[in-house]
Design a protein around this ligand. Structure first.
Ligand code: SF4
Ligand code: MG
Length: 296
């Protein structure tokens, strides 16, 4: 697998094009997210062979074969440890992981906690459409209280997880929130997240016209504003918590918090921090036939 220092050639959007037809519902926010991600990779000069794009199960994961390059489609809720392993094995790769709110704050919530603690060097895009879309609109951990969903027609009474509060309280070194209808905003945030040294958490407020009737495209459009157009200090965690708190009326989007002194996991790891080689090069010389022959 190649690294980010192998080439200086200009990248084009066409290199990320896939011949496979997109299958999302008309009006789904996933279309814009994938366009903005491609644009951000190109703007950062990253070719498809320099990136590993990792997809969880869900509607977002159905985009895994609609973009070219190295891709990995993991088990539900488990994309973060898989992406973390890739990021540690080859620190030269740009690793981007994507998952929905169900996988992130339900099945895989433990992985979210420990990815932030470890500060693995990757971008994590959470498609937060506030429901399990692929399985036909059940409530997730981010579904708003009392919103009727297919598995809970009277609404859920549990308090939803607030992704920004959660990530900031865990000590995340980069958090952002952006609306799926804001392609330029997503492009800018994704570019910054990819450049960040450490775990960059991007929550995309993604509309799901098929199952989430509570917060459609127009609902977000009326409420979002870009906090990076204000005097918000992105290096101030308390200010980040305060500015991101409102998710109902005046919703801050853009980069919410960034630690300028962030040091990613592999640069802090006692065993690996001074290593001159990548793990992927070291393991390439092992002969595993002795192990596989025992399995026959
Ligand atoms: Fe998009 Fe919702 Fe349809 Fe899934 S169910 S493809 S999230 S609109
Ligand atoms: Mg979802």
């Amino acid at each position: 697998m190649s690294c980010n220092t192998c080439t200086t050639k200009t990248v084009s959007l066409a290199e990320y094009a896939s011949p496979n037809a997109l299958t999302w519902c008309p009006g789904c926010g996933n279309f814009g997210i994938q366009v903005a991600l491609k644009q951000a990779l190109v703007a950062n000069g990253i070719t498809p062979h320099q990136a590993m794009l990792c997809f969880d199960i869900g509607c977002n994961g159905n985009g895994s074969d609609k973009i070219d390059g190295y891709r990995f489609h993991g088990l539900h809720g488990r994309i973060l440890p898989l992406a973390a392993g890739i990021s540690c094995a080859n620190t030269q790769l740009t690793v981007v992981a994507e998952a929905g709110d169900g996988a992130t704050f339900g099945e895989g919530v433990n992985h979210f906690v420990h990815s932030i603690r470890a500060n693995f060097d990757m971008t994590f895009i959470c498609h937060n459409n506030e429901n399990y879309g692929l399985t036909k609109g059940q409530a997730s951990a981010t579904t708003r209280e009392d919103v009727p969903m297919n598995s809970s027609p009277d609404g859920v009474s549990s308090t939803p997880i607030h992704p920004q509060r959660f990530a900031l309280a865990l000590g995340a070194t980069f958090t952002a929130r952006i609306f799926s209808g804001d392609i330029l905003g997503m492009n800018r945030v994704f570019q910054a997240a990819i450049k960040h040294k450490g775990f960059a958490f991007v929550e995309v407020l993604q509309n799901c016209p098929t199952y989430n009737k509570a917060t459609p495209h127009e609902w977000y459009q009326k409420r979002v504003y870009n906090v990076n157009d204000t005097d918000h200090d992105v290096s101030n965690r308390a200010a980040a918590l305060a500015v991101s708190d409102d998710v109902n009326e005046k919703i801050a989007t853009g980069i919410i918090y960034q630690d300028p002194n962030s040091v990613p996991f592999m640069s802090r790891d006692m065993v690996r921090k001074d290593a001159q080689t990548e793990l992927i090069n070291e393991v390439s010389h092992y002969d595993i036939t002795q192990f596989t022959s025992r399995m026959r």
